[in-house]
Write a protein that binds this ligand. Structure first.
Ligand SMILES: [Zn+2]
Length: 54
């Protein structure tokens, strides 16, 4: 069975906002600064991070 390496935090490369993965409600929760209110958020786990090991 493949181990899924899911990140437990993510960071916006545009405004620097950080989110943490909340296991209890299976959703991202804001960690640290809110960031820019109108930022569309370019998460650093997008594109470069593959959740499933190759
Ligand atoms: Zn952002």
């Amino acid at each position: 069975m493949a181990e899924i390496n899911r990140p437990d935090r993510r960071r916006c490369v545009r405004c620097g906002r950080e989110d943490e993965w909340n296991e209890s409600n299976h959703n991202w929760t804001i960690s640290g600064d809110q960031g820019k209110p109108f930022c569309i958020h370019e998460w650093d786990i997008n594109g470069t991070h593959n959740p499933i090991a190759e």
